[in-house]
Design a protein around this ligand. Structure first.
Ligand code: C5P
Length: 303
């Protein structure tokens, strides 16, 4: 085998409840993840020496291509942990917005783990890949698992949820991304609390039940993102986009740490119509159509 092509999905958080920071600095989360059918592709090709290299096409051509890139870190992690003697040339085709709150970097790491697992015949299970993924970033395990899941811990402890109806989304992405650590830091300064036990994270039980009952109205009512207020402090324009998007569909929410805004629509054709209207209203934004829940990271082609 010379080359493996794998894909991994973007995510949206239908709910993102955040607690006060733990002693390690991470914030305990109670979240519901949904994978969307916007995929980044990673092609992993064997090379004769032990080098790990990366090239990127599509979005994100300005991203670093050394070990600051999570895809390179993912390949290095497998190479070192399993003493793989050969290297890999990685080629990413990027469609997930960069620094958008949709786990684009994590998806690249997830697709790289899946591709290199196959290329190097490591035979690691999905659970093993998810465990390794958690060492790279909090969202990597979900990008491997995909579909719909309840997340706790720092987002890496996952429990799959039963999938009911498909969801139609309109995604509004900004040209300028947002730094996740910066939004969490702003969350801390807005909260102004003393350290309290992580059990004080609000739970998402009602939303999980509404999803399992396929009750879209209730899902819309229960969607919530605790990082919206801190993100508005860093980027006030997000509030405006969110307010305008709120006029459409069942409910609009900021995705993850932002700045992407996601609108949940009643069905495919309503979502198409909303996408048309929002792209006319916000010519400076990129408006995407997406559906979920979508599959987690998977191998597409082996050559
Ligand atoms: O886990 P990951 O490397 O993706 O997280 C990036 C940054 O986001 C962390 O360094 C931390 O500042 C913040 N973060 C957090 N709590 C989480 C997840 C991320 O504070 N649950």
């Amino acid at each position: 085998m010379r080359s493996v092509l794998a894909s991994a999905p973007a995510k949206v958080n239908l709910a993102l409840r955040v607690g006060p920071p733990r002693l390690d600095g991470y914030h305990p989360l109670d979240t519901v993840f949904e994978a969307l059918d916007i995929f980044d592709d990673v092609e992993a090709t064997s090379v004769s020496d032990s080098s790990v290299t990366l090239s990127i096409s599509g979005l994100g051509e300005d991203l670093p291509v050394d070990s600051r890139n999570l895809a390179v870190s993912a390949a290095l992690l497998l190479q070192e942990r399993f003493a793989v003697p050969t290297g890999v040339a990685l080629r990413i085709t990027k469609r997930i917005p960069v620094a958008g709150g949709m786990a684009g970097g994590s998806a690249d790491a997830a697709a790289t783990l899946v591709a290199c697992n196959k290329l190097w015949n490591l035979d690691l299970s999905t659970d093993q890949l998810m465990e390794l993924g958690a060492e790279l970033g909090s969202d990597v395990p979900f990008c491997i698992l995909g579909s719909l899941a309840h997340g706790t811990g720092r987002g890496e402890v996952l429990r799959p949820l039963k999938v009911g109806v498909m969801h139609s989304w309109v995604i509004l992405t900004q040209r300028q991304g947002l730094s996740t650590p910066e939004v969490f830091r702003e969350f801390d300064s807005l909260m102004d609390y003393v350290r309290i036990p992580e059990t004080l994270v609000p739970d998402t039980q009602d939303l999980q039940e509404a999803l399992e009952d396929s009750d879209l109205e209730a899902v819309g009512r229960l969607m919530v993102n605790d990082l919206e207020q801190p993100a508005f402090v860093v980027r006030p324009d997000i509030r405006e986009v969110l307010r305008a998007a709120q006029e459409y569909g069942i409910r609009a929410i900021m995705s993850g740490s932002g700045p992407t805004v996601a609108v949940l629509a009643d069905d495919f054709s309503t979502a198409d119509a909303i996408a048309g209207k929002l792209s006319r209203q916000f010519p400076e934004l990129t408006v995407l159509r997406a559906n979920g829940p979508a599959a987690g990271a998977h191998v597409q082609v082996v050559r």
